[in-house]
Design a binder for this molecule. Structure first.
Ligand code: BG6
Length: 534
């Protein structure tokens, strides 16, 4: 394969292939200086493989994917022969892509920069220039991968990561089929990774799926919902099913309601092309928030294999009920000019690339119920928005008030409801809120909090969601990837709401830096409740 002067030598590649073949998981693990010495379990390490990244020039690659690859390497979770191939419409040589990767790693990697790790990753970096419809470019890609197998011992194992707008999926998938790259020879594997949005409604999601499933079997398709890769989200299952404390009260007998919030302080930045016409509900409620709801509401799976986990989530999504009156039980907003972090910011309609009459929601709130024995009658309030007061994602399980308070009314006047709050981000952890006696001569009772913070309890900072998910793709471990059925069930929930909104006026304005439109407060007030103050 042609390389510029000064490129990574073939000898180095062959040497890496030799290491790949001989280094054991235990050695890679033992020799890793980032290892927590208390951790005695062998980690899950990827075997020899190539990750082919389509869309390397995008923001996701720069901020998340390339740094995550480095972080995995730094944690000793990639085999020495691991190779990364970038594919994009750029006149780059391998070294140019290596430089782009280097800069992304320097700027965004979570773990410290170590020359020896970078050197090893860099040796496996390749670039294939081309456009998605260009058959010649895919032929070159196929040849390149064959050569990589020979020089780096990657064994014909390829993961194709489509970090590209969905309109390109059919072309790329078709090219992978035509070149035979989608077909795994015996003893090797081929996987395809797709990023949300998985369509913009049920119909388009099914069409999209038909394209990939015509070429890749379902077991080779990895759909990324990066919220499932977050440690705090996975911890919902540990909290519920590894303890005895919470599960007995995790039901309609004790839970008054659940609030799931994903608030962002950022606007849409340079993403007008993607975001306009999509909006908050399709962007994050259809996927991230409904997945959170499913994890909070599901029954315990018989095991944590993909099949059992997905089946329980599917049951919840199937049981979700929309409000009878979509006008009262849902609301949406659009940010107007305001103040954020002491600076004045423009409104959504003034953002670059947004039509002056755009109807896109930048805030959405929905009241759902889960019609089953455990949850009947318990509202699940979901809200998500851009340009809100601050960045915070949390799940708050709010409990019923005590049935009887043997105190004077004055003493419990400001006592709230017990709550268990799973702080997804930032400041990851769990808070339990309960009433406590105020020190003094009276029996005054007031809310206090008990906190668990990841940062204090664990030595290592939590891996980024993409580290976990990329590793799982390379290992071929599917539990953290939604099945197509979950995607479709989520659209079945959202489609009627979107249809209703499309024919009922426009989103209500809310100034940037506030907590959404007044109609969102009114929605909860009708139920005698308030949104948590964040
Ligand atoms: C993405 C959405 O899925 O999640 C973005 O498309 C959003 O609009 C992002 O900003 C938020 O992710 P995180 O991990 O920062 O909460």
């Amino acid at each position: 394969m042609a390389r510029k002067e000064g490129a990574i030598s073939e000898e180095a590649n062959v040497a890496a292939a030799a290491v790949a073949a001989t280094a054991t998981t235990a050695e890679v693990f033992e020799n890793n200086p980032l290892r927590d010495p208390r951790d005695k379990r062998l980690p899950r390490v990827a075997g020899p493989c190539v990750l082919v990244l389509f869309g390397v020039t995008g923001d996701l690659a720069k901020r998340k994917l390339l740094p995550a690859i480095y972080d995995l390497g730094n944690r000793g979770l990639l085999p020495p022969g691991f190779s990364l191939v970038g594919f994009a419409r750029r006149d780059w040589a391998h070294e140019d892509f290596a430089q782009v990767t280097y800069e992304a790693v320097k700027q965004y990697a979570r773990t410290p920069f170590r020359d020896e790790v970078w050197k090893q990753i860099c040796e496996g970096i390749h670039f294939c220039p081309g456009e998605f419809h260009d058959e010649g470019a895919f032929d070159v890609l196929a040849m390149m991968l064959k050569e990589i197998d020979e020089t780096r011992g990657t064994g014909g194992n390829y993961a194709f990561y489509l970090s590209v707008p969905p309109k390109f999926f059919p072309t790329v998938v078709e090219q992978l089929k035509r070149t035979g790259l989608a077909q795994a020879p015996d003893g090797s594997w081929r996987r395809v990774v797709i990023e949300k949005p998985f369509g913009h409604d049920l119909k388009s999601a099914q069409e999209l799926n038909a394209i990939t499933s015509a070429v890749f079997p379902e077991s080779s398709v990895f759909r990324i919902d990066h919220y499932l890769g977050k440690e705090t989200v996975q911890n919902i299952l540990a909290l519920r099913f590894a303890n005895t404390l919470y599960e007995p009260i995790w039901n309609r007998g004790y839970v008054d309601h659940v609030q799931i919030t994903m608030a962002e302080d950022i606007g849409i930045g340079s993403r007008a092309g993607y975001y306009d016409g999509i909006g908050a509900a399709r962007d994050v409620i259809q996927n991230h928030l409904l997945q959170l709801l499913a994890l909070v509401a599901m029954e315990d799976p018989t095991s944590f294999d993909a099949h059992s986990l997905r089946r329980e989530k599917e049951k919840v999504l199937k049981a979700v009920r929309l409000p009878d009156d979509l006008g009262l039980g849902t609301t949406r907003g659009q940010y107007t000019a305001g103040w954020q972090g002491g600076e004045s910011v423009i409104g959504y309609l003034e953002e670059q690339g947004i039509p002056a009459d755009s109807m896109t929601d930048t805030y959405a709130a929905i009241r759902l119920e889960v019609a089953n024995r455990r949850w009947a009658g318990v509202p699940f309030y979901l809200r998500a928005g851009k340009r809100l007061g601050r960045r915070v994602t949390e799940v708050a399980v709010v409990f019923e008030r005590a049935p009887h308070l043997p105190f004077s009314k004055d003493d419990t006047e400001i006592l709230g409801q017990n709550a268990l709050v799973i702080r997804v981000q930032p400041d990851e952890g769990i808070t339990v809120r309960f009433g406590s006696k105020v020190p003094g001569t009276a029996m005054e009772v007031r809310d206090v909090s008990m906190d668990f913070a990841y940062g204090e309890s664990f030595m290592e900072s939590s891996p980024e969601a993409y580290e976990r998910l990329l590793l799982d793709v390379l290992i071929g471990d599917p539990p953290l990837f939604p099945h197509q059925r979950e995607v479709e069930l989520s659209w079945e929930i959202l489609d009627p709401i979107e249809e209703y909104w499309a024919t009922h006026g426009r989103p209500e304005g809310y100034p940037a830096g506030t907590w959404g439109p007044p109609s969102a407060d009114a929605m909860l007030a009708r139920d005698g409740r308030v949104w948590r103050r964040l």
